[in-house]
Design a protein. Structure first.
Length: 194
């Protein structure tokens, strides 16, 4: 069925771009590399990341996860970055759901234990949102987290993602169904830094 409005972002816009490295105020977002596999394994072995992301990985799964990001970029279905500094990988941030025609993406992130408490996630989220709005041309970026995940709520607010409401019983975790906070930022929002 044909749309009656033009796509917010034309098909092929992202696929024509090379996935960039993004400066994030002292940390950098860069595409995943095969030698990042130990960091991915460490992330999904961490109890907090496992709890909130509800996933574990074997070595083969970590390899496949890294190898899949370029395909997702070309198909415009998602994009993933390693968040790094001079010491190595600190965490990850990704556009896990992407719908260019609607100008919409959903973001996901985690930070390894040794890098927590240093503002890594809000800086990465702010940089990625800026690129999504100014270069890719998205209109809206969303993120959801369990209402029990207060750290993720702080990250969202520090990166200028307004709280929009609670989705009841939307997220299934090992301890049962969680209500999820929905945060979003629009291209027209004034960036805030808290």
């Amino acid at each position: 069925m044909p749309l009656t409005v033009a796509p917010a972002v034309a098909p092929g816009t992202m696929a024509r771009l090379r996935q960039p490295d993004l400066d994030a105020d002292g940390v950098r977002l860069r595409p995943w590399r095969p030698d990042d596999r130990p960091a991915v394994l460490a992330g999904y072995a961490d109890a907090a990341i496992r709890h909130w992301h509800c996933r574990a990985m074997t070595d083969d799964e970590a390899r496949a996860w890294i190898d899949d990001w370029p395909r997702r970029w070309r198909q415009e279905s998602g994009a993933g970055w390693a968040v790094v500094d001079d010491t190595g990988v600190l965490g990850q941030i990704s556009l896990r759901r992407l719908h260019l025609a609607d100008g919409l993406a959903e973001v996901s992130y985690w930070v390894l234990p040794a890098a927590r408490g240093r503002g890594v996630a809000p800086r990465a989220l702010t940089a990625l949102a800026g690129w999504c709005f100014t270069t890719l041309g998205l209109h809206r970026i969303e993120l959801s987290h369990s209402t029990a995940n207060t750290a993720s709520c702080r990250v969202a607010r520090r990166a200028g993602f307004a709280a929009e409401g609670t989705k009841r019983g939307e997220g299934r975790h090992a301890d049962g169904w969680h209500d999820m906070h929905l945060h979003a930022r629009l291209a027209t929002d004034t960036p805030t830094h808290r």
